[in-house]
Design a binder for this molecule. Structure first.
Ligand code: HEM
Length: 594
C-alpha cells in the first residue's frame, strides 16, 4: 500500500512527466510543420480563435484557414493542434500536396482513408454510406452505382430534370409578378431535392410545393438538415454545447422516422419489381434483370438474389439513399445560388452567357423557357444543345472554383508511413495520425496558380484552348461566348488561360478514386436550369451582397473588373457544407430582353 507520504513524494514526478509530455506534444511532435506559435495549454485553439475574431465571425472556417495561410507566408500546408477538442489537423493549401493525398498509392489503392471526423455526419448518411465506406466494401458499392452515372444514362434523365426545372421557373415567374423578396436557397434546394429524389429512388419528393403538400420524407429530411444549421457554425460555438443532448435525441428520432419511410419505399419498389418479374415470366422465358431505371434504388435491388429482403439489405440500402439525397442536393443548390448571384453582379459575363444561349437556342426563344425546354426534350437523347454551352460551362467551373461547397478530410492511422513531398523544397513530411484537410477553397485561390485574379469571378480563364485539361465534365473543346474572352492585353492582366492551370488546381469534386460520382449529373442539371432561366429573369440581391447604387439609383460599376460594386460582400457560412450566410435573399424581374 502506498502511504500518503509516498504519494506526496511521487506527485512532483508525475507532474514533471505530464509537463514534459505536454511540451513534447505541443512543441516538438510536429515542430517541422509550418504553424502558428503554439501554446502549452491551448495548442493552436486560442490563436485560431483570434483569427476567427478578426473578421466576420459567421464566415466559413475555410476563409479563416486562408487568413492563417497568408499570415504564415503562404506555406503549401500547415499544422493546427486543436487537441483535445478536435485533434490534430493538417490544412492543405497547395494542389500538388492535395493530389498526393487524394491519389491511389500502394498502401491505399483507393486513396487515403476518410477522416474519423466524418462520423459527425452519420445521422445524415447512416453507418454504411458509400461516402464513408472504405476498402473493398467501398469498391463494391462504387462499382454498383457507377452505371447510374454513365453519360449516356444521365441523358435519359433529361425529361425528369426538365419537368422539375419547369416548376422552378413557375415559382420564379410568380415572384417576378409580385416583386416579392424570397430565399433563393429555399427555391434551389427544393428544386435539387426534387431532382435527386427522382434520380436516387424514382420518387417525387414534391419539395417545390407548399410545406403541407410536400412528401413526409421531404418534411422530415428538412428538419434533420435544419438541426445541423444550429450547431455547425463556429460563431455559435459556446452556447450550442448546451443544446447538444437535445439535438442528438431529436436527430435520432428524425432518423428513425426517415429510415422507416425509406424502408417502406424500398419494399414497395421490390414488390413492384417482383410483380414485373412474374409478368415477364408468363410472357417470355427470361427475366430482364437490367430494368431501364438505373436509380440508386434500382441498382441496389439488382443485387438481391433472395426472394425476400433481409433487414441488413434494407438498412444498408436506406443508408445509400440518404447519402445520395444529401450529397446530391445541397451542393448543387449552392452552385446554382452562387451562379445566379455572381451573374447578377457581373453584367459582362451575363451578357456573354445570354449571347451564347441566343446562338444555340435562337433569339426567338429568349423569352420562353418552355420553348427551350421543348428543344432540349426533342434533342433525340443527345446533348447536342448542352454540349455547345461552353461559355456557360466555364461560368459553372469558375463558380465551383471560387465557392466550392465542400472539401475533403482524410486520415492515415499512426504507423502507416504516409509521406508527402513538399513542392517548394522537396522536403518530405509524414502525415500519419494527422487529419488532412484538402481545402478546396484555399487551393483554388492559390496566387501561385491563379495569379492576381485569384479572388475574381473571371470565367474567361477557362476558355483558352481546351476545357478538358482541368478534368470534370467540361470536356468539349472550343471557345464560347465570343466577345467575353479577354483581349491579349487583358490576358496578361488577368493571368493566363486554361492551359496554364494544372488539372489538380481545380478540385471541387475532389480527384482520385474517391472523387464525386455525381459530377456529370451536376453539369447536366445546372446547364438545363441555366438555359431555361438566364435570359428570362434578372436577379437582384437584397441585403448582404446587394449592389451599391449612386445618388440617381444606378448601380455603380467597377469598370476595371467589369462588375457592380456591392455595399457589403456576401460570404459563405458553415452548415455542414459552405453556403451563403443569408439564404441568398433575392428579388427577381422579367428580363428586359435587351
Ligand atoms: C456541385 C455539386 C457537387 C459537389 C461540389 C460535390 C463534391 C463532392 C466532393 C468534394 C466529394 C468528395 C468528398 C470526400 O472526399 O469526402 C464528393 C463525393 C461524392 N459525391 Fe459529390 N458533389 C456534388 C454533387 C453530387 C451529386 C449530384 C451527387 C449524387 C447524385 C453526389 C454524390 C457523391 C457521392 C456518392 C460521393 C462519394 C463518392 C465516393 O466516395 O465514391 N455529389 N462530392
Amino acid at each position: 500500500m502506498l502511504t500518503p507520504t509516498l504519494i506526496l513524494a511521487l506527485l512532483p514526478l508525475v507532474f514533471l512527466y505530464l509537463w514534459r509530455r505536454l511540451r513534447y506534444l505541443r512543441f516538438e511532435q510536429y515542430a517541422s510543420w509550418p504553424q502558428l506559435p503554439p501554446s502549452l495549454v491551448w495548442g493552436h485553439m486560442k490563436a485560431l480563435n483570434d483569427f476567427v475574431n478578426r473578421g466576420e465571425r459567421r464566415r466559413h472556417v475555410d476563409h479563416v484557414f486562408e487568413d492563417v495561410k497568408a499570415y504564415l507566408g503562404n506555406p503549401p500546408l500547415y499544422f493546427l493542434d486543436l487537441r483535445p477538442v478536435v485533434g490534430v489537423l493538417g490544412i492543405v493549401c497547395n494542389h500538388e500536396i492535395a493530389e498526393q493525398i487524394a491519389r491511389s498509392t500502394k498502401t491505399f489503392p483507393y486513396s487515403m482513408g476518410k477522416s474519423p471526423t466524418m462520423k459527425a455526419l452519420e445521422p445524415l448518411l447512416g453507418p454504411n454510406s458509400l461516402i464513408t465506406a472504405e476498402g473493398d466494401k467501398w469498391k463494391a458499392l462504387r462499382k454498383r452505382y457507377n452505371p447510374g452515372f454513365a453519360p449516356q444514362h444521365l441523358l435519359t434523365l433529361l425529361p425528369c430534370i426538365i419537368d422539375k426545372a419547369r416548376i422552378f421557373v413557375q415559382c420564379l415567374d410568380e415572384y417576378a409578378r409580385t416583386g416579392e423578396e424570397f430565399s433563393l436557397e429555399d427555391r434551389c434546394t427544393s428544386l435539387t431535392l426534387d431532382i435527386i429524389g427522382a434520380v436516387t429512388m424514382d420518387t417525387d419528393m414534391h419539395a417545390q410545393r407548399l410545406p403541407h403538400q410536400q412528401s413526409p420524407l421531404t418534411r422530415l429530411y428538412r428538419q434533420l438538415l435544419a438541426s445541423y444549421s444550429r450547431d455547425s457554425n463556429i460563431s455559435k460555438f459556446r452556447l450550442s454545447w448546451l443544446l447538444v443532448p437535445f439535438t442528438y435525441l431529436r436527430r435520432k428520432h428524425l432518423v428513425r422516422q426517415i429510415d422507416a419511410i425509406l424502408i417502406t419505399h424500398i419494399k414497395a419498389k421490390y414488390a413492384e419489381q417482383q410483380q414485373q418479374h412474374r409478368q415477364q415470366q408468363t410472357q417470355t422465358t427470361t427475366w430482364d434483370r437490367n430494368p431501364t431505371s438505373r436509380s440508386v434504388l434500382a441498382l441496389s435491388l439488382q443485387e438481391t438474389d433472395t426472394d425476400h429482403l433481409t433487414p441488413e439489405f434494407l438498412h444498408e440500402t436506406a443508408d445509400q439513399l440518404k447519402s445520395f439525397l444529401f450529397a446530391g442536393h445541397d451542393t448543387t443548390s449552392i452552385l446554382l445560388q452562387w451562379t445566379f448571384y455572381e451573374l447578377s453582379r457581373t453584367p459582362r459575363v451575363l451578357q456573354a452567357v445570354r449571347r451564347e444561349l441566343d446562338t444555340i437556342f435562337g433569339k426567338d426563344t429568349s423569352s420562353s423557357p418552355d420553348a427551350v425546354a421543348e428543344m432540349l426534350l426533342n434533342s433525340g437523347g443527345e446533348d447536342k444543345y448542352l454540349s455547345q454551352m461552353t461559355f456557360t460551362a466555364a461560368v459553372i467551373k469558375e463558380i465551383l472554383r471560387l465557392h466550392p461547397p465542400s472539401g475533403s478530410a482524410r486520415y492515415a492511422p499512426p504507423g502507416t508511413g504516409f509521406i508527402v513531398t513538399l513542392p517548394d523544397d522537396g522536403r518530405t513530411i509524414c502525415l500519419d495520425g494527422v487529419v488532412m484537410y484538402n481545402c478546396a477553397t484555399v487551393v483554388q485561390r492559390d496566387e501561385a496558380v491563379y495569379g492576381p485574379t485569384r479572388e475574381e469571378f473571371w470565367p474567361e480563364r477557362w476558355l483558352e484552348g481546351g476545357f478538358g485539361s482541368c478534368g470534370g465534365a467540361v470536356e468539349s473543346g472550343g471557345r464560347g461566348g465570343g466577345s467575353a474572352s479577354p483581349k491579349d492585353g487583358e490576358k496578361l492582366k488577368f493571368g493566363g488561360g486554361a492551359e496554364q492551370i494544372p488539372a489538380s488546381a481545380w478540385r471541387p469534386f475532389e480527384r482520385g478514386p474517391r472523387n464525386c460520382i455525381g459530377q456529370g449529373l451536376v453539369y447536366l442539371e445546372v446547364r438545363v436550369i441555366l438555359a431555361c432561366t438566364l435570359r428570362y429573369f434578372d436577379f437582384e440581391k437584397v441585403g448582404l451582397g446587394a449592389v451599391a447604387r449612386d445618388s440617381a439609383g444606378e448601380p455603380v460599376l467597377d469598370a476595371e473588373r467589369g462588375r457592380f460594386e456591392v455595399v457589403e460582400e456576401l460570404f459563405n457560412t458553415m452548415q455542414v457544407t459552405a453556403k451563403p450566410v443569408d439564404g441568398m435573399r433575392m428579388k427577381v424581374r422579367f428580363a428586359s430582353g435587351e
